[in-house]
Ligand binder design. Structure first.
Ligand SMILES: O=c1[nH]c(=O)c2[nH]c(=O)[nH]c2[nH]1
Length: 308
C-alpha cells in the first residue's frame, strides 16, 4: 500500500455558547468558544468510508449546549473536563478528547437600582479621531473634529423584545418578548464650534474627559433603554449623547446586531428558559443612523468603516 493514515482527529470547532444564569434581576454570563477534537480508532472512516464509529461533529456541538444547560459553566476548565470525560468514557472508539476553550470576559455596566443584566466586553474598543483643517481662503479657516470609537461590544440579557414587524411569505423569524440584545458600538461624533466644544463645563473638559463622558452616555443609554428594537436603542444612545453634551451636535452610530439564538434543547428533553444561546457571528443585522441636534447639518460620513 503506497500510503498510510497518520495522526487524525475530528470534532466541531468554535461552538459559540453563551450561558445566562438569572439570580433575580441580577444576571451572570459565561461566553465561550469551544473547540472539540476527538481521536481514536478512526481508521475505517478514512480508509473505507464507514461511519460506524463516528460520533457526528454535530452531536459534539449539541453536547456543548446541553451540558451548558444541565451543568452550567462554572469555569472553562471544569466545563472542558466534563466534556472530555464524556466523549472518552462514552464512546469506545474515542481514546483522546482535546477540548479548547476561549472565554470572553465581560464587565458589568453600572446602572442605577438593583438591575444587573447589562455587560460590556473587556478590552476590545478602539478610540478614533479625525481632524480636518481647511484654510478656507477668503471664507476663513474651517475645522472639523470628529471623535469616535469602534469595537465597543455590549450585551443586555433581558429587557429586549422584537415583534409586530412586517411579515411576508419569506418571514420565518419568531416574535420574541425576551431576547438577548448585543451589539458592537461603532460611533463617530462631531464637535461644534471649530472643535472648541460647547459652553459650560463640557466646553472646558479636555478631549480625554469628553471621550469618557460620551462613552459613558452610550453605555448608560444602552443599559437603561427597554428595547423594542435595536433601532430604538440606537436612537436612545445617540439622543443621550446630544442631550447631555452641548459640545456635540451630531453622532453617527453603526450597530451590528450580534444575534444570540436560543439553543433548541427539546430533542434532549431539556427546556431552555432563556439560559443557553448560540452566538452567531454572521450574517448580522446592521442598524445605522445619524442623530443630530435639531437644526444641525449632517457632516459625519455615512460610512464609518472608512474612518481611521
Ligand atoms: O432589533 C431588531 N431590528 C430589526 O430590524 C431586526 N430584524 C431582525 O430580523 N431582527 C431585528 N432586530
Amino acid at each position: 500500500m503506497p500510503t498510510v493514515l497518520g495522526q487524525n482527529q475530528y470534532g466541531k470547532a468554535e461552538t459559540r455558547v453563551v450561558r445566562v444564569t438569572r439570580d433575580g434581576p441580577v444576571h451572570h454570563i459565561r461566553d465561550l468558544n469551544v473547540s472539540i477534537a476527538l481521536s481514536g480508532a478512526m481508521d475505517d472512516v478514512h480508509l473505507s468510508g464507514s461511519n460506524a464509529r463516528v460520533l457526528p461533529t454535530d452531536t459534539t456541538k449539541n453536547t456543548v449546549f446541553a451540558f451548558a444547560k444541565e451543568h452550567g459553566i462554572a469555569s472553562a476548565e471544569e466545563f472542558a473536563v466534563r466534556l472530555a470525560r464524556h466523549f472518552v468514557t462514552g464512546q469506545e472508539a474515542i481514546g483522546t478528547a482535546r477540548i479548547r476553550i476561549e472565554e470572553y470576559a465581560w464587565d458589568r455596566i453600572p446602572v442605577p437600582g438593583p438591575g444587573g443584566h447589562s455587560f460590556v466586553r473587556r478590552g476590545r474598543e478602539t478610540r478614533t479621531a479625525q481632524v480636518t483643517f481647511d484654510s478656507g481662503g477668503a471664507a476663513g479657516e474651517r475645522w472639523q473634529i470628529l471623535s469616535g470609537l469602534k469595537g465597543l461590544v455590549v450585551m443586555n440579557t433581558t429587557d429586549s423584545e422584537f415583534h409586530g414587524y412586517v411579515k411576508d411569505r419569506y418571514t420565518t423569524l419568531p416574535e420574541t418578548r425576551d431576547r438577548i440584545l448585543a451589539t458592537e458600538v461603532n460611533a463617530c461624533w462631531r464637535h461644534v464650534r471649530d472643535g472648541e466644544g460647547g459652553g459650560g463645563e463640557e466646553g472646558k473638559a479636555g478631549w480625554d474627559e469628553r471621550y469618557e463622558r460620551t462613552r459613558g452616555h452610550l453605555l448608560a443609554a444602552f443599559a437603561e433603554t427597554y428595547s423594542l428594537s435595536l433601532q430604538q436603542t440606537l436612537y436612545a444612545m445617540g439622543s443621550r449623547v446630544i442631550e447631555q453634551t452641548p459640545g456635540i451636535d451630531e453622532i453617527r452610530l453603526s450597530l451590528p446586531n450580534k444575534h444570540h439564538f436560543l439553543a433548541d434543547l427539546r430533542p434532549f428533553g431539556l427546556d431552555n428558559d432563556n439560559e443557553v444561546y448560540f452566538a452567531a457571528d454572521r450574517p448580522y443585522g446592521l442598524i445605522e443612523a445619524t442623530v443630530l441636534r435639531d437644526g444641525a447639518t449632517a457632516a459625519v460620513p455615512v460610512d464609518l468603516t472608512n474612518l481611521p
